[in-house]
Design a protein around this ligand. Structure first.
Ligand SMILES: [Cu+2]
Length: 332
């Protein structure tokens, strides 16, 4: 039986961890609440002034060092424990698990679109295999949306012109709700999706069947490659490691980039997006700021595809999504 006050099913590793923090904080708070209120009532009864006479005057105690140290120290330790435990879980929930497969999420009024690295695209239904970590790379085509998975206890805003991430650890097979939690327009309440966690074997079967159907369209990285050629990026950037007017794309994604102003940044999705739309914001050391902006010429979908291609040019992370898919096919 589900009650309005009960937590919904905890269907992922993160859900279990977050529930544990929540229950820990609630239980400790409840303990101290009952202790303090209980003593308050007890003392009020025990030491109440029975009759208004001289011999029941308030005693003259003004301080007690030991007592004061104890009641400052214990609550401080309790609050530090809340922070430490919460922080450990927060770090784990917001860190990419090694070997995660990547899925792009594009939100728009009033639906979610899911793009797999091999070109598969689904609207409203996110299918993933059980017990394999997944990284969602999310952006919006129009306004602010909020991606909420109650059974995973996870929520992350999705913004136009920016990538945000969510890391899933699907423990249990099943179908779960996806809601939008930002009021994004008249259809907001209908902006729902389904997360379908499948047995890995079934997933591999589904993936290869729908990849067959998607073969007509290029995989995401192939679309990205075509865009680089069509848009003229390769006039200034090489893909083989040689420097042209601009730095090479080979090994770019995931690398630590030295900027002309002395800063160092990691080349992630957000860095590449900014480099394309606002090239002057971060200029690579040793190069001059002559790259034109492609704002208005490349859409968010285009940039997502270009990023997918750049990933295939990076050693360690190269084609992570693709390799994953191959692995799944072999397993079948
Ligand atoms: Cu929305």
């Amino acid at each position: 039986m589900t009650s309005a006050y009960a937590l919904s099913e905890a269907a992922s590793r993160s859900a279990g961890q977050i529930d544990a923090v929540f229950i820990f904080i609630t239980a400790v708070s409840l303990f101290f609440f009952l202790l303090v209120e209980g003593l308050l009532i007890y003392f009020a009864v025990r030491y109440r002034r029975k009759k208004a006479s001289e011999d029941q005057a308030t005693s003259g105690v003004t301080s007690n060092l030991l007592l004061e140290v104890v009641w400052v120290l214990i609550p401080s330790l309790v609050v530090i424990a809340f922070f430490a435990y919460g922080y450990v879980v927060y770090r784990d929930v917001t860190t990419e698990a090694p070997g995660s497969s990547e899925i792009n999420v594009v939100a728009q009024q009033f639906s979610y679109e899911f793009k797999y690295p091999d070109g598969r695209t689904e609207v409203g239904e996110l299918r993933i295999p059980a017990r394999r970590p997944v990284k969602l790379i999310m952006t919006s085509k129009d306004v602010l949306h909020g991606f909420f998975l109650p059974e995973y206890r996870l929520k992350q805003d999705i913004l136009p012109g920016r990538y945000t991430y969510l890391y899933l650890h699907p423990d249990k097979e099943g179908t779960y709700d996806i809601f939008c939690t930002q009021y994004c327009g008249v259809g907001h309440s209908q902006m729902r999706g389904k997360l379908i966690v499948m047995p890995p074997g079934d997933y591999a079967q589904w993936a290869s069947a729908s990849a067959e159907a998607a073969r007509a369209t290029l995989p995401l990285s192939g679309q990205g490659k075509a865009l680089l050629e069509k848009t003229g990026c390769l006039g200034c950037h090489s893909i083989d490691g040689s420097a042209k007017i601009g730095p090479t794309f080979k090994g770019l994604f995931g690398r630590e980039i030295h900027l002309g102003d002395g800063r160092e940044v990691r080349a992630d999705e957000e860095y590449v997006r900014e480099s394309i739309l606002d090239p002057g914001a971060k200029v690579v050391k040793g190069f001059s700021n002559i790259m034109p902006t492609f704002k208005g010429r490349l859409s968010g979908d285009d940039i997502t595809a270009i990023i997918a291609y750049l990933k295939t040019l990076s050693g360690g992370d190269a084609g992570k999504g693709e390799r994953k898919e191959e692995g799944e096919k072999k397993e079948k």
